[in-house]
Design a protein around this ligand. Structure first.
Ligand code: DMJ
Length: 454
């Protein structure tokens, strides 16, 4: 017997010493129930801080205990974005109070230009999922009213949406847009069509995606900025980060939610181009960097908190191999400073943009991967993410963004998606499978679960 094996036997035979002496690099197993309870408690803590210091406003600024309203007058971003999370986590009284505020007080009859993409994913998505969860027709009426007010965005010469629309007058602006803002509307507008039996919403949003897809380059990629009036590309930078990210997500999810064959084929073609042109195998791991959309030449080696959605979408599309490797890379990024930066140069592992705005994508990917593989490493990742949030972002009044992950200096905002997405995905990662059947639900990009009830 080798000496090391002999030593193991001796150590194992020592009374009561088994767990204490066995050399192991494996962390202790994650206790699902305990972690789910801890996340649930932090959701309640964050919601109560919003209730106490920012009730009736869009978002809480936790350090100053003041509020942020996106457009002067509040549109209840946090209550609408949080309602389905409160319902899902079983906070009935809090959900009832949030719903009462929304149905009694929320009006979209406001003379303000709003960003179509943000209002669609947060408010339209939130109203639709909450309607599906509660059956309260007032939520669907609000969703339809909002949908009608947003429709003028599609009145461009190409059918691709303008970025802004005035909710009262319908005046549009912002002809320079990007794939994410053009292609991340179909789940919400499509669901609205199905639930109201009015095809116009689905048709306009689908046409926008098709128009964008038609303008892809010969090598199958899209750029970062496009003019929706002329259809000409303004930026040829192609990547999976902000401004493009959820365009790809919705191609796949549209095929799943609506069974739409066009979306399915656009997804297949697009992901092939991504795998072929953006994937970058370097000594630090597998990453998806930036290239020129026409030539495929690499133009940057950046990955960040927004890019980290991709493992979730690859896993949902069935490519667990790439999804796992990419998530391992994202985890390296997280562990550099105990919390992830907005942008990293993955070749040098130097932080390029140091902020952390409480983003959910890395947790979302851990959740999808755990759902598909049941590999405990994703639970361990979740525990690490949660620990980082508690250690660095918790304040005496909810959670806040970081200005710099290298110094952990805090900023002053609790974005509505922290309750809609970040804590929801963390909770679902640890909660029993029956909490939500991922095989029968499609999450919009703001984590609002949509169900195919039609
Ligand atoms: C959210 O509003 C959505 O997830 C969007 O797709 C990207 N940005 C934030 C979260 O990071």
């Amino acid at each position: 017997m080798k000496i090391s094996a002999l030593l193991s036997v001796v150590l194992l035979l020592l009374p009561g010493g088994k767990a204490a002496v066995r050399p192991s690099s494996r962390p202790a197993a994650v206790n699902h129930t305990e972690m789910a309870d801890r996340v649930r408690a932090e959701l309640l803590y964050s919601w109560q801080a919003y209730e106490r210091y920012a009730w009736g406003h869009d978002e809480l600024k936790p350090l100053s205990r003041t509020t942020r309203d996106w457009y002067g007058e509040p549109l209840y971003m946090t209550p609408v974005d949080s309602l389905d999370t409160l319902l899902l986590l079983g906070f009935k009284d809090e959900a009832e109070k949030a719903k009462a505020l929304i149905v009694d007080k929320l009006s979209f009859d406001k003379d303000v230009p709003v960003k179509n993409f943000e209002v669609t994913i947060r408010l339209l998505g939130g109203l639709l999922s909450s309607y599906q969860m509660t059956g309260d027709p007032r939520l669907l009426r609000l969703a339809e009213d909002l949908g009608k007010r947003l429709l003028p965005v599609f009145n461009s010469p190409t059918g691709m949406p303008y970025m802004y629309v005035n909710l009262k007058t319908g005046k549009t602006s912002g002809a320079h847009s990007n794939p994410a803002e053009i292609g991340t509307l179909l789940l919400e507008f499509g669901t609205l069509s199905k639930l109201t039996k009015k095809p116009v919403f689905f048709d306009k949003a689908k046409n926008a995606v098709v128009q964008l897809y038609k303008r892809r380059s010969k090598i199958g990629l899209v750029g970062e900025e496009i003019d929706v009036e002329t259809g000409q590309w303004i930026s040829r930078a192609s990547h999976v980060g902000g401004g493009i990210d959820s365009y790809y997500e919705y191609l796949l999810k549209c095929s799943r939610l609506f069974g739409d064959p066009d979306c399915a084929s656009m997804w297949r073609e697009s992901v092939r181009a991504l795998n072929q042109r953006l994937a970058d195998n370097v000594p630090t791991g597998l990453w998806y960097g930036q290239v020129d959309m026409e030539t495929g030449q690499r133009t940057a080696t950046e990955w960040g908190a927004l890019h980290a959605f991709l493992p979730a979408v690859l896993a949902l599309g069935g490519d667990l191999g790439r999804a796992r490797r990419l998530q391992a890379s994202s985890y390296k990024m997280w562990n550099l400073h105990g919390i992830e930066p907005e942008v990293l140069d993955y070749r040098t592992m130097q932080v390029k943009e140091p902020g952390y705005p409480l983003r959910p994508e890395i947790m979302e990917s851990a959740y999808y991967l755990y759902h598909s593989t049941k590999d405990p490493r994703y639970l361990e990742m979740g525990r690490t993410f949660f620990g980082g949030l508690v250690a660095h972002c918790r304040t005496a009044a909810g959670y806040t963004v970081l200005k710099d992950v290298t110094t952990h200096e805090k900023g002053d905002l609790m974005p509505s998606y922290f309750l809609a997405e970040t804590l929801k995905y963390l909770y679902l990662l640890f909660a029993p499978d029956k909490t939500l059947d991922l095989d029968h639900v499609v999450f919009n990009t703001e984590a609002h679960p949509l169900r195919r009830t039609w």
